[in-house]
Design a protein around this ligand. Structure first.
Ligand SMILES: Cc1cc2nc3c(=O)[nH]c(=O)nc-3n(C[C@H](O)[C@H](O)[C@H](O)COP(=O)(O)OP(=O)(O)OC[C@H]3O[C@@H](n4cnc5c(N)ncnc54)[C@H](O)[C@@H]3O)c2cc1C
Length: 378
C-alpha cells in the first residue's frame, strides 16, 4: 500500500511513525512538507519569552525521519483528491491512500493595520522575532488579542497574557504597564469550567484585563488603538495577535473544503473522496485545533490502514486530548478534554503545579523520541 501524507506536523508525523512501526516494508509512506523542520506550538512561547533558543526547538526532518518513510521537502501546489495525486515543486506524487494534514495557514495581513503596527505570535517566524521585541519593550499597554475564529490552541492567548505579565514583572516594568486579553470565547477554556475558573483567578490576581466574547478587527497605526468587532477601542503600546486562520489555499482549490475547512467523518476521519483522509487543524472535525487532537486523529487513521492490510479491528476517534497550560511562575496546569459529536464537551484540570511543568517537558520529549529518534529536553 502506498500512502501519501501531505504535511509533516503533529498529525503527519504521528501517522508516518505509526504506519512505519506497524507495517514496515508492507507500506510505502511518502511524507511531504515545505518546511525543513517541525516546531511544537508551545516551543514558540518558550523562544518568545527567552526560555529556549530557536535552534533548540527546531526538529529538522533531514536529521531523522522514520527509517521506512520517504520525506520530500517541497511545496504542494495542487491536489486532485479523486485521483489521490498532488502536484508539487518536486513533481507529481500519487498513492493508494492520500492523507491531508496541512494544518491551518495564518494570515496577519487579513487584519488591517496588524502588519504595520502589531506583531503576531502564532507563526514560527513571528514568535521567534518577538523575543527581541519583548526584551526591548520599555513597558506600557500590552494587548494580547484574537482576530478571528476558529484559532489553534484556545488556551495559548491566556498563557501568553500570563507570561507577558511575568516578563514585565521580572524586568521591573509592571508599575507602568497593563496587560489586556481579548478573546472571542466566553471563558478561557470553554469545555472545562474548572480550568477557566483557575485561569480567571490567575488573571484577577495579576490585574490582567479580561475581554471575553470580543475580537479585534483592525489596528489604527497612527492612533495606536485596536478596534474591536463592536466598535470599541483599546489603546496599545505592544499588540500581540493571534492572526486569522484559514485552510491552505491548495486545499480550498482542490474542492475539499466546506465553510472553510475539510469536513470528515468524526469517527474515521474519511473525507467524501474514496481513500482520502484528513486530520488535524485543516479539518472541521469538531475538536479544537490543537496538536494533541491532530495526533489522536492520525492514530485512528493508522489503525484503519493497518487493519486493512493485517485484519483485526480499527479504532474510531474518541475526541479526547490532554493540553498543558502555562500559568506563569513556572507552574503548568493539565487540562483533559473530550469532544464527542452531539454531546457537550467535558473537561477538568489538574494543578497548576511545578511538577506538571516536568510532565509537559516529558510530553515533548516523548514525541521527539518517537518521531525523530533522538533525546530532547524542551
Ligand atoms: C503558540 C501556540 C501554542 C500551542 N500550544 C499547543 C499545545 O500546548 N498543545 C497542543 O496540542 N497544541 C498546541 N498548539 C497547536 C498546535 O501547534 C497545532 O494545532 C498542531 O500543530 C496542528 O497539527 P496539524 O498536523 O494539523 O498541522 P501542523 O502541525 O500545522 O502541520 C501542517 C504542516 O503542513 C505544512 N504545509 C502547509 N501547507 C503546505 C504546502 N502547500 N506544501 C507543503 N507543506 C505544507 C506546514 O509546513 C506544516 O508543517 C499551539 C499552537 C500555537 C501557535
Amino acid at each position: 500500500m502506498r500512502v501519501l501524507i501531505l504535511g509533516a506536523g503533529f498529525g503527519g508525523l504521528e501517522l508516518a511513525r505509526a504506519l512505519d512501526d506497524a507495517l514496515g516494508a508492507d507500506v510505502e509512506v511518502t511524507l511531504v512538507d515545505k518546511a525543513d523542520g517541525f516546531v511544537f506550538g508551545f516551543s514558540k512561547l518558550d523562544v518568545m519569552f527567552g526560555r529556549a533558543t530557536a535552534d533548540h526547538v527546531v526538529h529538522r526532518y533531514a536529521d531523522a525521519v522514520p527509517s521506512g518513510v520517504v520525506f520530500v521537502q517541497t511545496t504542494v501546489r495542487s491536489i486532485d483528491p479523486a485521483a489521490r495525486r498532488a502536484e508539487t515543486d518536486a513533481g507529481p506524487l500519487d498513492a493508494d491512500v492520500l492523507v491531508v494534514a496541512l494544518g491551518a495557514d495564518l494570515h496577519p495581513e487579513a487584519t488591517p493595520g496588524l502588519v504595520e503596527a502589531g506583531h503576531e505570535f502564532y507563526t514560527v517566524a513571528g514568535a521567534f522575532a518577538l523575543r527581541e521585541v519583548l526584551d526591548a519593550f520599555p513597558g506600557g499597554d500590552v494587548v494580547v488579542a484574537v482576530t478571528s475564529t476558529p484559532f489553534k490552541c484556545p488556551p495559548a492567548p491566556s498563557e501568553t497574557a500570563l507570561l507577558v505579565h511575568d516578563h514585565l514583572r521580572d524586568r521591573g516594568l509592571l508599575d507602568h504597564s497593563t496587560v489586556s486579553l481579548v478573546m472571542p470565547l466566553g471563558a478561557p477554556v470553554p469545555p472545562s469550567p474548572q480550568a477557566s475558573e483557575v485561569l480567571l483567578a490567575a488573571f484577577a490576581e495579576r490585574g490582567i484585563r479580561w475581554h471575553p466574547g470580543a475580537l479585534v478587527r483592525s489596528l489604527d497605526p497612527d492612533r495606536r488603538v485596536a478596534v474591536l468587532a463592536d466598535g470599541s477601542e483599546l489603546p496599545f503600546d505592544l499588540f500581540l495577535a493571534v492572526p486569522v486562520h484559514r485552510a491552505p489555499q491548495v486545499v480550498v482549490d482542490a474542492g475539499l473544503t466546506e465553510d472553510g475547512w475539510i469536513p470528515v467523518d468524526p469517527l474515521t476521519l474519511r473525507t467524501r473522496f474514496e481513500d482520502v483522509y484528513a486530520v488535524g487543524d485543516v479539518t472541521s472535525v469538531g475538536t479544537p485545533k490543537a496538536g494533541v487532537f491532530a495526533e489522536g486523529q492520525a492514530a485512528v487513521v493508522a489503525t484503519q490502514l493497518i487493519s486493512r492490510l493485517r485484519g483485526g479491528s480499527a479504532t474510531t476517534y474518541d475526541g479526547h486530548g490532554t493540553c498543558y497550560v502555562e500559568m506563569g511562575g513556572g507552574e503548568v496546569g493539565k487540562v483533559d478534554v473530550t469532544f464527542v459529536s452531539g454531546r457537550p464537551p467535558t473537561g477538568g484540570i489538574e494543578g497548576p503545579s511545578r511538577a506538571l511543568a516536568a510532565d509537559k517537558s516529558a510530553f515533548g520529549a516523548d514525541r521527539v523520541r518517537r518521531w525523530f529518534g533522538r533525546e530532547w529536553n524542551p
